[in-house]
Design a protein around this ligand. Structure first.
Ligand code: FES
Length: 375
C-alpha cells in the first residue's frame, strides 16, 4: 500500500476518527498518527524526500512524496515549503518542476542555492532522503491552459526554468508537444539546470527550438561585473524567434528580465500575450529616502532599529523572531499582523498605513519612523 494513502473517504474510517479525536482531546488522533507516519496525518501536510540529485553544482532536485491531503497540480504552479532549521521554521516558495499526474504519486522541486541564501543553501546541502518537510498545496495562476497551447514561446533564466520544465515535461508526457520556441539564459553552459532533459527534448522534437544564451564569457567569475551584451533585446528576440508576435509567452526568471519583457511587450501593445511568474514582489521606486526609527514587536517585547527600507519580516527574522509567513512577496497574507501604532509604508505602492489596529503584510512593509507591530 502507498504509505501516503489513508482511507479517508470511508464512512467507517470517519466514524473511528471522530471517536479517536474525542479520546485524543485536546489534540487530535492525527497528532498521534503523525508520530507513526507523518504522511498519514490530516491536520498537517508533509512530504518525505524520496530522492535527491544535483542538476548543477548549485542546484538540486528533490523528489517528494506528499501526504494524503495533497491534491493534483497544474504544470507551472508553485507551493510553499517549510524548512525547520535549528529550532526555527522558515517558509519558502518553489515551483514544481515535474510533470503532472505522476504514476508514483511523487513530484519534484528544484532549488538553487543562492549566494548567502541561508535557507536555499540548507535545502541544497543539508536535506537528505528520508527527511520530512511541511508543504502547502499547489497554488498560482501561472500555468499552461488545458487546451493545446498555441505555439508558445518560453523565456527563462537561471532557476526560472523550473515551472517551464514542468510544462515541457507535461506536454511531452501527454504527447501534445507543440511548436515551441524557448530562450534560456544562464551564466555558462555548466549552469543550465535540466540541461540533459532539455537536450533530450531537442533530440525528440524538431519543433522544439531551444536557444541557450550564455551571459558570461567562458572562464569569467560569477562575481565579475556582468556585461549586458547577451541580455534580452529586440534584436536578439528577432534573431532567435522571428515569429514572436504570434506566440503566447511564458516567462520566469529574475526581476530585471521580467521587467524588460513586460516593458517590451507593453510597448508592442501585446501585453496580453505575456504571462510571467515572479518570486519577488515588484517594489515601487521612491524619491524619498526611508525614514529610520525604532520598531517594537509587541508580543515578543523586542525593540530594534529600522532603516526605513527593510521589510518588517526581515527585520524580525534578523533579530531572532520567527513570525508566521509564506510567500514573502505580498500575495498569500501568511504574514498578516496588526499595526499597533506608528506608520508603515507598503513597499509595492509607497502607500502609507497608519491606522492603529490595521492589518499589514509585514513582508512588504517597512516602518516609517517608529512603529509597533503585534508580532
Ligand atoms: S508572506 Fe505572503 S504576503 Fe507576506
Amino acid at each position: 500500500m502507498d504509505v501516503s494513502t489513508a482511507p479517508r473517504g470511508n464512512a467507517v474510517f470517519r466514524l473511528v476518527k471522530t471517536v479517536s479525536d474525542a479520546f485524543a482531546f485536546p489534540l487530535k488522533a492525527s497528532h498521534y498518527i503523525e508520530l507513526v507516519n507523518p504522511l498519514w496525518a490530516d491536520h498537517t501536510l508533509q512530504a518525505r524526500i524520496e530522492k535527491v540529485w544535483d542538476e548543477t553544482s548549485t542546484a538540486r532536485t528533490l523528489t517528494l512524496r506528499p501526504g494524503g491531503n495533497w491534491r493534483s497540480f497544474k504544470p507551472g504552479q508553485h507551493l510553499r515549503v517549510g524548512i525547520p532549521i535549528g529550532g526555527r521554521h522558515f517558509t519558502r516558495t518553489y515551483s514544481i518542476s515535474s510533470a503532472t499526474e505522476p504514476m508514483d504519486g511523487c513530484f519534484t522541486i528544484t532549488v538553487k542555492a543562492i549566494p548567502n541564501g541561508f535557507v536555499s543553501n540548507h535545502i541544497v546541502r543539508q536535506l537528505k532522503v528520508g527527511d520530512y518537510i511541511p508543504i502547502g498545496i499547489p497554488q498560482g495562476d501561472f500555468y499552461l491552459p488545458d487546451a493545446q497551447p498555441v505555439r508558445p514561446l518560453f523565456i527563462t533564466a537561471g532557476s526560472g526554468i523550473t515551472p517551464i520544465m514542468s510544462m515541457l515535461s507535461t506536454l511531452d508526457k501527454e504527447e501534445r508537444f507543440p511548436d515551441a520556441c524557448h530562450i534560456h539564459y544562464a551564466p555558462h553552459a555548466q549552469d543550465v539546470i535540466f540541461s540533459k532533459a532539455l537536450t533530450a527534448l531537442e533530440n525528440k522534437y524538431n519543433r522544439y527550438h531551444l536557444s541557450r544564451v550564455f551571459t558570461r564569457e567562458v572562464g569569467a567569475d560569477l562575481n565579475a561585473p556582468v556585461s549586458t551584451h547577451h541580455h534580452f533585446s529586440e534584436a536578439q528576440l528577432m534573431s532567435l524567434c522571428p515569429d514572436w508576435r504570434e506566440r503566447d509567452v511564458y516567462a520566469c526568471g529574475p526581476q530585471s528580465l521580467l521587467d524588460a519583457l513586460e516593458a517590451f511587450w507593453d510597448q508592442q501593445g501585446l501585453r496580453r500575450q505575456l504571462h510571467t511568474e515572479r518570486f519577488r514582489a515588484t517594489l515601487a521606486t521612491s524619491s524619498q529616502p526611508g525614514q529610520a526609527g525604532r520598531v517594537s514587536f509587541s508580543k515578543s517585547g523586542t525593540v530594534v532599529d529600522s532603516d526605513g527600507t527593510t521589510n518588517l519580516l526581515r527585520i524580525a527574522e534578523d533579530n531572532g523572531l520567527n513570525p508566521e509567513h509564506g510567500c514573502r512577496m505580498g500575495i498569500c497574507h501568511g504574514c498578516d499582523a496588526k499595526l499597533v501604532e506608528g506608520c508603515v509604508r507598503d513597499l509595492r505602492t509607497n502607500a502609507l498605513l497608519s491606522e492603529a489596529g490595521q492589518v499589514i503584510q509585514i513582508c512588504v512593509c517597512a516602518s516609517v519612523g517608529d512603529a509597533t507591530i503585534d508580532v
